[in-house]
Design a protein around this ligand. Structure first.
Ligand SMILES: [Zn+2]
Ligand SMILES: [Zn+2]
Length: 110
């Protein structure tokens, strides 16, 4: 409780020009209210670190297909094929097949 230094009347807090002032209702004396809470709006920085999950799909190499083979596992007659030089250059290439139906992989020596 504060009193007006001019007339001794009780000062009443009231909003004056956006600030809270202690105002004497008798003589019009005004003084800033001490300890007025300063509301500081802190804008929270919304830092969203997106966890971008890198979805790496194992892209299958564009392999040629052949229908001259029969899958030893499921009997399907279409398979992708590729050749791999296994040992030395003068040895025959190893031909691999992968069934397009069941994914079974097998090899045949050329
Ligand atoms: Zn006063
Ligand atoms: Zn198969």
């Amino acid at each position: 409780m504060e009193f007006c230094p001019k007339c001794g009347k009780t000062l009443t807090p009231s909003r004056v020009g956006g600030k809270t002032m202690l105002v004497c209702k008798k003589c019009g004396y005004q003084k800033p209210l001490e300890g007025e809470k300063l509301v500081i709006k802190l804008e929270k920085e919304n830092v969203v670190s997106k966890n971008v999950a890198a979805i790496v799909e194992a892209e299958e190499a564009p392999l040629p297909t052949t229908s001259d083979v029969v899958c030893p596992q499921c009997g399907h007659n279409e398979a992708k094929w590729w050749t791999v030089q296994t040992r030395s250059a003068d040895e025959p290439m190893t031909q691999f097949f992968r069934c397009v139906k069941c994914g079974h992989t097998w090899r045949e020596y050329a």
